[in-house]
Design a protein around this ligand. Structure first.
Ligand code: GAL
Length: 828
């Protein structure tokens, strides 16, 4: 019976391929993988039976182990102010990503016959991909972040025979300034079409006129024909419920030169906007002599963007300031391996913070990321490079820039120019060419490519050397001058540059570790401590940067500033500034959210300022300071309300009100910085409170003095038990969906215990498996994938993954001396 079913399914697939217009099959399963570099590994006849079996997306380096010996950078990081070379450990995460990895798989194309075309598309492969099909090289793509594809029609077998696919990847030492990941960490697809077809990224959809009554949608469609015949292109626009809202027919003429451009009209359009992800879809049908040859689908959105001198960024006719975050591509304990559930969770957490835009620093994002941003209403600034031709790191993109920059930009723009979430291109980050006489020419060359491929979006460049880019004109030639840090020079930039605009393309770089507080509470630059952490009082920052409020005030008081992209939303693997040489330290301390996805205090500072929909009332620090009785222990409150009164054990500590009179001018002197002048405008601070165990309560007041909210935290008693809380309790039974479960320790009354660092062991039963865990501690050498991890200040996050069989996943957590806990996740 089973065999019969199998044959029947195979037959069906075969028939559908034979008559299908196009097929797209992801190649996720069945991969073999090795770290041995054997040149024969691309041969068709080759014994890979002792290679590891893996599923992609797969990041070979995330399984560790961590070591300071991995990718030591012996150099001075000049942009960080270093003048002599030192040894940098953990700059790329302390993970074993360098070297060669081989992947092999087989695929067959049932019913494949002469006349059909076959494309293989890689969403991104880290890095220097060499792709072989049936023993012959299909192509090479060095950039590890970009999507690329090869036409492999001439290399595949007909009629459903197995084709051998082999991919060799190679990462070099000193190729990155952060953890790049390793391997086939994004998806691979086999696409087949007829001989007449619409090529990869063959449509370009723009909305040149949008008003309340209608949107004019221009659709340019590339068409590849096969021999003589009459070609007709039918274009339809579907709304979100698949209703056809506009349609058009055109005959291909020799004058079209293989590209048909048509205007369609959508009446009463629903606009795509921030958190209003109204999407449409263009369906393009290509007919030859009346027979359907290809059907191609393009999701898009209807919205307008404009850059206006002195006005800033205008979305759908409304001025919007970027409340943005920079994010690297890694997903914490999952490494670089792309995963939809992890991306959705990341964007959800950022939206809760009030974030409206993400800068994909410093590279091309995964297609899943852009699609999900479309679907969740998150704007993206898509970046291409951290380096042009002049190196920052020895084996960085400088090795490829001259030959590949144009190809890389063309691919990323063709790939994402229909996505409404993408609102700006960014061609570089703090490139060395800033200090080069010819720097503006290179910027111009790259910006021109962007304009040629997509005239609808502005182009920026993250520049951190104002003097150099004023004098070599690099800043003046950009559509949008983007400045990294030094916001105290925005006014000068505005006066000197022709655009009458300033974007904070990268800002802040504040430092903190979740749940760590340092005394006395003082503003510090590059502070280092024996525990390799930073204070969560949010008073510490990198030498080239400042505190969050030093940027808030610029964007609030200067009308021509376009908003900012803070460094960073989440912590990421690598770049443990300022602990360059202080091992262990493998991940950043810059995030408003830690590597596990748990908000730090700073998250609530941003939320109180950025999230206008929801109230914020957050107290710090925790109130378990055994040994600090009677000592000065300041209390800070982050709230959207203008004032609040603080009580310790019922005793008022006074009322504080945000000081809105703090001006931009004069509030950044050394003295003012020391006195937290600008902070007083945005946070409420009680600097002289003394610790005594008990309760800390805060009552918030509105402008009229009415008490509108309150919050209380308590000194926790003895740690009693574990508590588990999942971000989602129902997930898909698709073998890749994830639930993120936060593990906390509480006392017998349920108060969180902020100082527990016990080992927690996990056991997973039922319809899933343990995928990974993280505790947000940059010094932890616990391996992410093992089902055990030390708590960091009373918390960690465990991740479970579904199987393809629906059922219940049970995660059980145990720790010495604590009541164990378990949680059920349903998979459907
Ligand atoms: C910037 C750079 C980022 C990161 C950051 C840390 O200069 O663009 O990639 O290194 O500093 O503060």
């Amino acid at each position: 019976m089973k065999k019969f079913l199998f044959v029947w399914i195979a037959l069906l697939i075969g028939l559908s391929a034979l008559y299908a217009t196009r097929t797209t099959v992801p190649l996720e399963q069945g991969w073999k993988f090795t770290r041995n570099d054997d040149p024969k590994a691309s041969d068709v006849v080759y014994d890979d039976s002792n290679w590891q079996t893996v599923r992609i997306p797969h990041d070979w380096a995330i399984y560790g182990p961590f070591s300071k010996e991995n990718d030591i950078h012996r150099m001075a990081i000049v942009q960080d102010g270093q003048t002599t070379a030192i040894e940098h450990y953990g700059r790329t995460g302390g993970l074993p990503f360098t070297g060669v990895g081989w992947y092999r798989n087989t695929f067959s194309i049932p019913g494949h016959s002469e006349g059909r075309r076959v494309i293989i598309q890689f969403d991104g492969a880290m890095s220097n991909a060499r792709v072989f099909v049936n023993g012959k090289e299909a192509g090479y793509w060095p950039n590890g972040y970009n999507t690329f594809y090869f036409d492999i029609t001439g290399l595949v077998h007909n009629d459903g025979q197995d084709n051998l696919l082999a991919v060799r990847l190679e990462n070099f030492e000193e190729q990155s300034r952060w953890y790049p990941g390793a391997g086939l960490y994004r998806n691979v697809h086999i696409i087949t079409t007829n001989e007449a077809y619409i090529p990869v990224w063959g449509t370009y959809v723009t909305t040149p006129e949008v008003n309340q009554k209608f949107a004019r949608v221009n659709v340019k469609t590339k068409v590849v024909t096969s021999g003589e015949g009459n070609y007709r292109l039918v274009t339809e626009i579907n709304d979100a419920s698949s209703r056809v809202v506009a349609s058009d027919e055109a005959l291909l003429t020799p004058y079209d030169l293989g590209e048909i451009s048509r205007d369609l009209f959508v009446e009463d359009p629903l606009l795509w906007d921030i958190r209003q992800p109204n999407m449409y879809r263009v369906v393009s049908k290509l007919y030859k002599d009346g027979v359907l040859m290809d059907e191609y689908s393009t999701p898009f959105g209807i919205r307008t963007i404009e850059i206006v001198a002195d006005g800033g960024f205008i979305l759908n006719g409304r001025k919007v300031k970027f409340q943005g975050v920079c994010l690297h591509h890694d997903l914490g304990p999952l490494g670089a391996a792309v995963n939809e559930a992890a991306i959705r969770r990341q964007i959800r957490i950022m939206q809760d913070m009030g974030v409206n835009a993400i800068r994909t620093s410093h590279n091309m994002p995964a297609p899943e990321y852009v699609r999900i941003a479309d679907e969740m209403g998150m704007m993206l600034m898509v970046e291409t490079f951290d380096e042009w031709a002049i190196p920052k790191v020895k084996n960085g993109y400088n090795r490829y820039f001259n030959e590949w920059a144009e190809k890389d930009i063309v691919n990323v723009i063709h790939h994402y120019r229909n996505n409404p979430s993408v609102v700006m291109w960014c061609i570089g980050n703090e490139v060395e060419e800033q200090s080069n006489k010819q720097g503006a020419r290179v910027a111009r060359f790259l910006q021109d490519i962007c304009h040629r491929e997509d005239p609808t979006r502005p182009v920026t460049n993250g520049m951190d050397r104002p003097d150099h880019v004023f004098s070599n004109h690099m800043a003046a030639i950009m559509d949008v001058p983007g400045f990294n840090y030094r916001s105290f020079r925005y006014q000068e930039a505005y006066e000197r540059l022709p655009q009458q605009l300033v974007l904070g393309s990268e800002t802040t770089s504040a430092l903190s570790s979740r749940g760590v507080y340092k005394f006395p509470v003082e503003r510090r630059s590059m502070a280092m401590y024996d525990d390799h952490q930073a204070s969560s009082y949010d008073v510490e920052h990198a030498a080239w940067s400042n505190l969050p409020e030093d940027d808030f005030i610029q964007h609030d008081d200067l009308s021509y500033t376009m908003g900012e992209f803070i460094w960073t939303g989440f912590d990421y693997l690598g770049e443990p500034t300022p602990y360059y040489s202080a091992w262990p330290s493998h991940s950043s301390l810059f995030g408003a959210v830690d590597l596990a996805g748990i908000p730090k205090d700073r998250f609530y500072l941003y939320r109180s300022h950025w999230n206008k929909e929801e109230g914020t009332l957050h107290i710090l620090p925790h109130w378990n300071w055994e040994g600090r009785e009677g000592e000065v222990t300041p209390v800070f409150v982050y709230t959207n309300h203008p004032s609040a009164e603080l009580f310790i054990n019922g005793k008022s500590q006074g009322k504080r009100t945000k000081d809105l009179s703090v001006p931009l001018e004069g509030s950044y002197t050394e003295e003012a910085q020391k006195n937290f002048a600008r902070q007083k405008r945005y946070r409420l601070m009680w600097m002289d409170t003394r610790y005594e165990p008990g309760t800390v309560k805060v009552v918030a007041y509105d402008e009229h003095g009415n008490a509108v909210a309150e919050k209380e935290i308590r000194t926790a008693g003895e740690p009693h038990g574990l508590v588990l809380e999942a971000d989602r309790t129902i997930i898909n039974a698709d073998g890749k969906d994830l639930a993120f479960i936060t593990v906390s320790v509480v006392d017998k009354d349920g108060n969180p215990c902020p100082n527990v660092n016990e080992l927690v062991r996990f056991n997973v039963k039922g319809a899933g498996s343990y995928r990974a865990g993280a505790n947000g501690d940059p010094t932890s050498l616990d391996l992410f994938h093992l089902p055990q991890m030390y708590l960091f200040n009373g918390k960690l996050v465990a991740v479970v993954e579904s199987t393809e069989k629906p059922g219940t996943i049970t995660l059980e957590a145990t720790a010495k001396g604590l009541r164990k806990a378990s949680i059920n996740i349903q998979t459907k």
